[in-house]
Each structure stands twice: as structure tokens, then as C-alpha cells.
Design a protein around this ligand. Structure first.
Ligand SMILES: Cc1cc2nc3c(=O)[nH]c(=O)nc-3n(C[C@H](O)[C@H](O)[C@H](O)COP(=O)(O)OP(=O)(O)OC[C@H]3O[C@@H](n4cnc5c(N)ncnc54)[C@H](O)[C@@H]3O)c2cc1C
Length: 500
């Protein structure tokens, strides 16, 4: 036996044992109700898949292909009716307050049927995470309660996240690149607010969203130091819809161009800006990175889950095909080469899921959801009657002191080590699971031969849908570099990161 002290020293060697086994760190710290919530949420998603997504996925894909200007309100209203847009809004903002850890497995589930429909639901929480990341409780409360009202009225009120610009995609996702980026979205300070001019592109759900949560820059020559975030409704003066992109996949989820033409944003709709950052511990650039990291540590494992979803969906299609197709006088599923291929596909789907579940643990402990997962906070929220919270919280959330307290607790107290761990794992999950996803789609088409490439077979659609996953939420190249920065470079201090 080795002494306790020696064993802990050995386990601290880079990478630490817990660094590649995050769940070990989590055992005992997470509230026990979380796993039950995950099961319930996944069961709901399976029911939705059976009755809504599976019967409609191919028709929606064809409809949007034939008419790329078609706005898919029919399916958005169904998702809204099923409660998917409000289940994960915290109870303090009027939602059902399901644990964020149960959101990502639901995204996998929906994408195992259709990644377009999965994104129509999942990307709502991208918009919401940009909203949450500035910890402005007043505006978060206002926007989230609109979404809840939209569920009640049956008229969906969705939220889109606007970061990408024509000249800044990858560069907009990392402050080390942002400070050299060619951003154009300018927010000019005027009396009582800002006037914003610029264009955002490839905005998922753009044409079906009411609220748009956007980044802009007070000085476009110093973007990393002057980034601000604001919320704007689609009926604001100067808010203009541009084209809807014709995409190869995920056709059910529109990707929109949004143009700001002298669009006035009142101070009360500013989520975070330089003025507010002055009251925090970190510099504007560090705070901008923190905001970006809060968003991507939630959304990148979400895209990882989409990768796991298409990996599993493609596997299921291939298995079904192998069980009913005869090749050289026997069922395909009885050929050993096909069994090896199906085994590999099963492993790919499982590995993809493991990456985002591990990351889920880290986000729950160290990322944006950390506060909500603290046991006292978790149980307080569970026990509190919604009617009481609905009466108290809209008032409390408006108080400057409440907002400042949230910001201080979350933003000032987050340790750099925790932020790196969460961000590095979010990237790991994103690129590993989406690469496994597209790999399975290729394998499914390979197994199915000519049947695999027919439009009326689902394998072909999975393959088209999966390619997009390697691009958004930071391309897989950027995510590899971010993993290097967060998880490898600390052990190689001489390494220069994002210097090229
Ligand atoms: C369907 C779809 C939906 C989207 N939805 C949204 C949305 O809702 N909101 C939003 O804000 N954005 C959205 N995006 C935008 C998405 O986040 C960007 O496409 C992505 O960040 C990549 O940016 P880019 O396309 O401009 O590629 P570029 O940044 O131009 O990159 C081109 C190539 O160069 C590589 N590259 C660039 N910089 C580096 C670097 N420093 N080091 C190494 N390689 C590099 C990239 O990996 C890539 O291969 C969406 C995109 C798509 C396709």
C-alpha cells in the first residue's frame, strides 16, 4: 500500500485523475434528484419523437428544400405546446426549473430522429445562455417571462443568439482572436441607450424568434475590450430581417441574416457593457472571455449531444436495414462484416454520449449552472411554490442589488482553473462527439449501399444534417485549439496558443 499523502501527490500529476474522469469529482456533490429528472426528460422527448418528430421529419426537410423561405411555424408551435421552450427556464424567471443537466440528453434524443427539429428546440437555449451569461437578472426575467407567456397563449416567443458576423465567425468565439477580428457591429452610446449598426449572419431560429440577444462593440477596432450584449425584439425600429440561408442540412431550422440599421437599444435592454463591467473584479477583456465561456460551456456539450443523437439515429437506421435486408441469401445482420460495423457504430454512439455526460458534470459543478446545482439552492427552488416565486421574483430580479450579488457570486468568484476545465471539456465533447456523429452517418450509408443515398431513406438526411454540427458553436478546428489552450497548455507553459 502507498501512503495517503503519496497517493494524492501522484493523482495530482497532470492530467489529474479527475481531469479525465469528471464524474468521480461529482459523486456526492450533485443533488440526488438530478438523475431522476434526466430520466423523466428523456421519456418526454421519446414520446415527442414517436408522435411528432418521426412522422414529420422527412416531410419538413422536403418542404424547406422546395421552398427555402418557408417559415416552420407548424413544428415550432408543436415544440412550444410540449413545453420544451420553458422546461429549463429557472423557476426564478417563471419557468419549470428543470435541472440543466437534463436538457442536453433531451437534445440527443430529439436529434436521434431529426437534427433540424433538435436544433429548433436546442438553439433556444443558446439564445438563453447568451442572455443568462451577463447575469442581468432584470432583463433575463423580462425576456424569460415573455417565453413563458408565449407557451400559455400558444403563440411561441423564442430567443435567438446573435454572435457571428460576415467577417467574424471563429474569431467571435475567443477573445484571443477577437482582439484581431474584423467585427463591424457597432454600438454607439447616445442619451438613454445605444444606436446599433451592423449585420449578424447564420442566426439559427432567427426568423422564428421574437427576442434577439446580440453582441456588439463600442469600438470595433478594440472588440475584445469593448464587447457589450443587448436584447432586442424583432419589432424594434431598425431591426431588419435579411435572407434565410439555403443549407445542405438541418433544413427544418432556419438560419437567418439579421441587420441593424440605426437600431436604438434603450439602456434598460443592455445586458452587460463596459460601465457595468467596471464594478466587477476582472478586466473588460477577461469578462468578455468569461461571458463567452459561460455560453459555450453550456452550448458546446449541447452540440456534442446533437452529435451523439445523429450517431445513434444513424446506427438505428442501419440496424433496422440490416435486420430486413437479405444479401447473398442471408440477412445482412448475419454477415460478420456487418456485425463488426454495427458494433463499431454502437461504440461510436456510446462514446459520443459519454463525452457530453462527463462535460455535463463539469458544467454543473464549475460552469454557468453551478449556482443552481448547489444543494441548498437546488432544494430551495424545488420546494418553493411557483405561485409564490412568481409573485416575489419579478420584483426582486429588478433590484440592482440582486443583480450585483449574482454577478459577484458567479463572475468574481469563479476560479480560473475551473473555467479552463469547463471550457476545455466543452470543446472536447463538441468536436469528439460531432466527429463520431458524422462517422456513423458515413458508416450507415456504407452499410445500406444504394438505399442509403435515397432521399426517402433517413440515412442520407442524417449525413447532410451531421456536417453542420462540425461547423457551428466554433468549428471543430477551433475547439481542438481551445482544448489545447485549456487542458494541455497548462502543462506546457512554453506553448504559444492562438498566436498564428
Ligand atoms: C447552420 C448554422 C447555424 C448557425 N447558428 C448560429 C447562431 O445561431 N448564432 C451565431 O451567432 N452563429 C451561428 N452560426 C455561425 C457559426 O458559429 C460559425 O459558422 C462558426 O463559428 C464558424 O465561423 P465561419 O463560418 O465564419 O468560419 P471561419 O471563421 O471563416 O473559418 C473558416 C475556416 O478557417 C478555420 N479557422 C478560422 N480561424 C481559425 C484559427 N484561428 N485557427 C484555426 N483555424 C481557424 C475554421 O476552422 C474553418 O475551417 C451558425 C452556423 C451554421 C452553419
Amino acid at each position: 500500500m502507498i501512503e495517503g499523502l503519496t497517493s494524492s501527490t501522484l493523482l495530482e500529476k497532470h492530467p489529474r485523475l479527475e481531469d479525465i474522469m469528471c464524474s468521480l469529482d461529482t459523486v456526492g456533490k450533485m443533488p440526488s434528484g438530478v438523475s431522476g429528472e434526466i430520466r423523466q426528460a428523456v421519456a418526454l422527448a421519446r414520446r415527442f419523437n414517436e408522435s411528432v418528430a418521426r412522422p414529420y421529419a422527412l416531410e419538413l426537410d422536403r418542404k424547406m428544400h422546395e421552398d427555402p423561405t418557408y417559415v416552420p411555424w407548424d413544428i415550432v408551435k408543436e415544440i412550444n405546446r410540449w413545453g420544451f421552450y420553458t422546461n429549463w427556464i429557472p423557476k426564478i424567471y417563471g419557468g419549470r426549473g428543470w435541472n440543466l443537466g437534463s436538457l442536453i440528453p433531451v437534445v440527443e434524443e430529439l436529434c436521434s430522429e431529426c437534427a433540424g427539429i433538435g436544433n429548433l428546440m436546442g438553439v433556444e437555449y443558446f439564445g438563453m445562455s447568451v442572455l443568462f451569461a451577463g447575469w442581468n437578472t432584470r432583463i433575463t426575467d423580462k425576456v424569460c417571462r415573455d417565453v413563458v407567456a408565449g407557451e400559455k397563449s400558444g403563440e411561441p416567443c423564442l430567443i435567438a443568439g446573435l454572435v457571428t458576423e460576415p467577417g467574424a465567425g471563429t474569431d467571435a468565439e475567443e477573445t484571443e482572436l477577437l482582439h484581431k477580428a474584423r467585427v463591424r457591429c457597432l454600438a454607439r452610446k447616445v442619451d438613454g441607450g445605444y444606436v446599433v449598426n451592423g449585420t449578424k449572419v447564420f442566426i439559427s431560429n432567427g426568423h422564428v424568434s421574437t427576442w434577439h440577444i446580440s453582441t456588439a462593440f463600442e469600438d470595433t477596432s478594440r472588440p475584445a475590450d469593448t464587447m457589450m450584449c443587448f436584447a432586442v425584439r424583432n419589432d424594434a425600429k431598425g431591426f431588419v430581417y435579411g435572407r434565410m440561408e439555403k443549407k445542405m442540412g438541418q433544413k427544418g431550422c432556419p438560419a437567418s441574416e439579421i441587420i441593424f440599421e440605426d437600431c436604438f437599444i434603450p439602456d434598460e435592454d443592455v445586458i452587460i457593457n463596459a460601465e457595468q463591467i467596471k464594478k466587477l473584479k476582472h478586466s473588460p477583456r477577461e469578462t468578455a472571455q468569461q461571458v463567452i465561456d459561460f455560453v459555450v460551456t453550456l452550448t458546446r456539450p449541447g452540440v456534442g449531444a446533437m452529435g451523439a443523437g445523429v450517431a445513434r439515429g444513424a446506427f438505428q437506421e442501419a440496424l433496422a436495414f440490416a435486420r430486413e435486408t437479405e444479401v447473398r441469401g442471408k440477412l445482412l445482420v448475419n454477415h460478420e462484416w456487418a456485425q463488426c460495423l454495427l458494433a463499431e457504430m454502437y461504440a461510436n454512439a456510446a462514446l459520443a454520449r459519454l463525452t457530453y455526460m462527463e462535460c455535463n458534470h463539469i458544467t454543473g459543478l464549475y460552469g454557468m449552472a453551478a449556482l443552481l446545482n448547489l444543494k441548498p439552492m437546488y432544494y430551495y427552488m424545488k420546494m418553493m411554490p411557483t405561485a409564490l416565486l412568481d409573485r416575489v421574483m419579478p420584483f426582486a430580479n429588478r433590484l440592482a442589488a440582486v443583480q450585483q450579488a449574482f454577478r459577484k457570486i458567479i463572475m468574481d468568484r469563479q476560479k480560473e482553473e475551473d473555467a479552463l476545465r469547463a471550457s476545455g471539456w466543452a470543446s472536447l465533447s463538441k468536436f469528439a462527439a460531432t466527429d463520431l456523429g458524422i462517422k456513423n452517418c458515413h458508416l450507415a450509408v456504407e452499410l445500406m449501399g444504394e438505399a442509403g443515398i435515397r432521399h426517402d431513406m433517413r440515412a442520407e438526411k442524417f449525413l447532410r444534417d451531421s456536417k453542420l454540427l462540425q461547423i457551428y458553436e466554433g468549428t471543430n478546428q477551433l475547439n481542438r485549439l481551445n482544448l489545447f489552450k485549456c487542458l494541455v497548455a497548462p502543462a506546457a507553459p512554453e506553448a504559444l496558443v492562438f498566436e498564428e
